[in-house]
Design a protein around this ligand. Sequence first.
Ligand code: CA
Length: 225
Amino acid sequence: MRLLLVEDNPKVASFVARGLREQAFAVDEVASGEDALDQIAINPYDLIVLDLGLQGAIDGMEVCRRLRASGSRVLILMLTARDATADRIAGLDAGADDYLAKPFAFGELVARVRALLRRGQVATPSVLEVGDLRVDTSAQRVERGGRAIELTTKEYALLEFFARNAGRVIGRGEISEHVWDENFDPISNLIEVYVQRLRRKLGAPAMLHTRRGAGYVLREEPSDA
Ligand code: CA
């Protein structure tokens, strides 16, 4: 899942971005409303964490209004000042999906992000099951046939993306857009490397199949299919 963090306070931004990356999200960061709108125009973010006070002439409220006015339905979690009821009302009216008052506990930010992402995909449970594979998206735990599988943060992020799209062939472009951030090098073979690692860790029978020229699909099927 790929997020855009819009926050002009460098300390807050780096703390939040680091935490979200540890939770297996791909995170891009911008500090101004103008940059936020530019990034959102070119990248298919799954969710925007949007602070109100930003660098530049466009504040978070205006970013939200412009996105909704342009027809964007991207999920928006707005960060507001504590006890500023007027901000929260204005934010929801401007089209934010949820808000979180500053200062916030990082755990609550992550919980709200996950809840919004679940809501965004029609009734997605927090535990995804594909055949004998279980992906617990709250605890970030994976097991297959009851056996726990140890994954790095990035391996987990990729597997979760496949599990959310189980049965559907996913191309490299879509994978890089949702699992990697803007630093992804499109000519690298990183996706292939990670797919190979996941295959090795998932074991037999194979679940992560290559569709030549199209991409990959996570599905329980005979390996010769
Ligand atoms: Ca700010």
